[in-house]
Write a protein that binds this ligand. Structure first.
Ligand code: AGP
Length: 367
């Protein structure tokens, strides 16, 4: 088993380190000569050009990818996107518009609720694109179009590299939809793709900093509650960071849209409560920073997560983590890595079963 882990102590750490390659392989499969080429998925440019609405349906981390997808697709391609957790979608009798498409995201391709959501969409004659990692899985087989992610086998229950490749799938879908719908010029497409191709190296750069995160994580291993806050894409990152933390470290944590704090949650903040502010989006930086100041005055201990250059964060945050600069749409790919490492190192510091957390299964194939 030690050999399977390639020298790493846990599959999760191995898979965290496999992210540059997983991301690169997924980009490589669909970017050809400076263009997005989705022909392997069966999805045509004609189909993408006709889309007026997209429904993204998934569970857990894959749902968090959908949240990122919504922000990216709406802002880049101008197509309205609804995101649902599969167990809600399947029972709420959703209204599915004409010229729409359902996108099911699933690492395993076997998640019961996601499969049921797919079948519901098909019954209503809405085409389904699945974003799946496991070749030949039920969701891949039953959908009209399949965009395979190239993460390779993921063993750890907590997803890391599959999540990262699903993000790439969202960027690709968004860029190509925007292009064929006339919302993005060819030169902008090339620029975005060129930037996307720098992500593997930038992820490696974030991984180089892991000792700092390890040190910080061991300080907070006994925390009772942790809050993650952010706005827009940073809120979506917060949701995933929070899930990573709770599923493997058993620390209660919540992700909040930063502006929602004062509508309830802020009453939970007391002396020493750890609040992690995700602030990669330039136009929202000051807004979230003001929420950080608010919680600090209630005694919170602050970790700020932002991009290189935003050093003013140190005036407010007690501990700051920086990720390389990238296009605003792609920041999730970098900012999620320190949060994965945080969850991982807290779990290790507590001596927990990182790869097989209690009560959880890798894929939830029964309702
Ligand atoms: C993530 O770390 C989880 N273990 C879980 O939320 C997972 O993402 C969810 O169960 C969906 O699984 P799937 O991608 O295989 O459908």
């Amino acid at each position: 088993a030690a050999a399977e882990k390639g020298g790493y102590e846990h599959f999760m750490l191995k898979e965290i380190h496999e992210q540059p390659k997983a991301v690169q392989d997924t980009i490589g499969a669909y970017v050809k000569d400076g263009h997005v080429d989705l022909s392997e998925t069966g999805l045509t440019d004609e189909k993408l050009a006709s889309l007026k609405r997209i429904y993204i349906v998934a569970c857990g981390s894959a749902y968090h990818v959908g949240m990122v997808g919504k922000y990216v697709i709406e802002s880049m391609a101008g197509i309205p996107v609804e995101v649902d957790v599969a167990s809600e979608f399947r029972y709420r009798n959703p209204i599915l518009a004409e010229d729409s498409m359902v996108v099911i995201i699933s690492q395993s391709g076997e998640t019961a609720d996601s499969l049921a959501a797919l079948r519901l969409a098909k019954e209503r004659n809405v085409p389904v694109l699945s974003v799946v990692n496991v070749v030949g899985s039920s969701i891949a087989r039953e959908s009209d179009y399949t965009l395979y992610t190239y993460a390779g086998p993921e063993i750890s229950v907590a997803t890391t590299k599959a999540y990262s490749t699903q993000l790439i799938a969202m960027y690709l879908l968004s860029i190509q939809s925007a292009f064929v719908q006339g919302k993005l010029e060819e030169s902008c497409v090339s620029e975005l793709l060129a930037e996307m191709e720098t992500l593997p190296d930038k992820i490696s750069k974030v991984l180089d900093d892991k000792e700092r995160i390890q040190w910080f994580a061991s300080k907070y291993a006994n925390a009772h509650d942790i809050f993650f806050i952010g706005r827009g894409i940073d809120y979506a990152i917060s949701m995933e960071g929070s899930l990573k933390m709770k599923e493997i470290s058993y620390i209660h944590s919540e992700a909040y849209a930063a502006g929602e704090l004062k509508h309830g949650t802020i009453s939970l903040v007391e002396d020493g409560t750890l609040v992690i502010g995700v602030m990669t989006q330039k136009d929202l930086f000051e807004k979230t920073l003001s929420n950080m100041v608010e919680v600090k005055s209630r005694g919170a201990y602050l970790m700020g997560l932002t991009s290189y250059g935003n050093y003013s964060i140190e005036d407010t945050a007690d501990f700051s983590v920086y990720v390389p600069k990238t296009e605003k749409y792609f920041t999730t790919s970098l900012a999620i890595v320190p949060l994965q490492l945080m969850g991982y190192y807290v779990s290790v510091a507590k001596g927990l079963d990182v790869d097989k957390p209690r009560n959880l299964a890798k894929s939830v194939t029964v309702e």
